[in-house]
Design a protein around this ligand. Structure first.
Ligand code: AMP
Length: 282
């Protein structure tokens, strides 16, 4: 496999993508923060299914981390990431410096859509402002036809889809399924923080979500009852939320009656690691 072109400036990335587009290629884009695992690589595979040119960005975006979060210890594994992207046939790796993305005097931010206010928006108040801002900037640097996002970050997918619609962006968003370890733990760059004991407690998130799905499949339509069972089975140090909500709006169901497509979402702390996971119930 040929190694991808590496662009560290916005101008280089933009030029490479424009050239690909001018030669008639359909451009797929996968934004990441690196420390790549099969979850990320499944997004590249999805791009391979329907695009002719594949761009991946690696940028640990400081504006989406709140005070006291894990920005400084976030894993940075560029060489290993590059080897994986080479294997998967990626054409362009955009790995901008901090200064390229946020030069001195930078002061413009995207006000995220309404769907950003709940759940992660409550637990991590600045998070989606940073995500929306960096994704818009990345889309301008890498003007792709399609961009692939994992449903692991379910709310993030909705935030980006609403931003694309509201701001008339030309890149189409393709949500992709969650990739899990064989035992069910959702793959995450943060799983490497987990000790062995924490790793087995972390499994309780996917176990709780599976139980929620089974209850729903058996006909239970009481969101509050499903939520309290999820809470009871979590082996976490703290739970930010464990909810069943409308999958399109993330709003709670009126009187807890599930009467529209639903998703169960959990955010919980296991040891020093904050984990998120979700499953659609319908
Ligand atoms: P991150 O590097 O964590 O910002 O993630 C980059 C992209 O990979 C996002 O669209 C994530 O939703 C996606 N992603 C992360 N983990 C997974 C997973 N286990 N399965 C599918 N997509 C994932």
């Amino acid at each position: 496999m040929t190694a991808p072109q590496i662009a560290t400036t916005i101008a280089e990335a933009h030029e490479a993508v424009q050239l690909a587009r001018q030669s008639g290629k359909r451009v797929g884009f996968v934004p990441t923060m690196g420390a790549l695992h099969e979850g990320h690589l499944s997004l590249v595979d999805a791009s391979q299914e329907c695009c002719d040119y594949h761009a991946v960005s690696i940028f640990v975006n400081p504006t989406q981390f709140g005070e006291g979060e894990d920005l400084n210890r976030y894993p940075r594994t560029f060489d290993a990431d590059l080897a994986k992207l080479t294997d998967r046939g990626v054409d362009l790796v955009f790995a901008p410096t901090l200064d390229q993305m946020y030069p001195a005097g930078y002061s413009t931010f995207v006000e995220p859509p309404a769907v950003a206010t709940r759940l992660e928006g409550t637990s991590r108040p600045v998070h989606f402002r940073g995500v929306a801002t960096v994704v818009l900037k990345l889309f301008n640097a890498v003007p792709a036809d399609l961009a692939f996002f994992g449903e692991k970050d379910f709310q993030q997918c909705l935030v980006i889809q609403h931003m694309v619609r509201d701001l008339n962006l030309r890149t189409e968003i393709v949500p992709c399924p969650i990739i899990r370890e064989p035992d069910g733990l959702a793959m995450s760059s943060r799983n490497r923080y987990l000790s062995e004991a924490d790793r087995s407690r972390a499994l309780s998130l996917s176990v709780a979500l599976n139980a929620a799905t089974s209850e729903f499949e058996r006909g239970n339509r009481d969101a509050a009852a499903i939520e309290s069972n999820m809470l009871a089975s979590l082996q976490a140090d703290a739970v930010d939320y464990a909810v069943v909500v409308n999958a399109d709006t993330l709003s709670p169901f009126v009187e807890h009656v599930i009467d529209a497509p639903a998703v169960a979402l959990i955010a919980a702390h296991v040891g020093s690691t904050r984990l998120i996971d979700n499953r659609r119930l319908t």
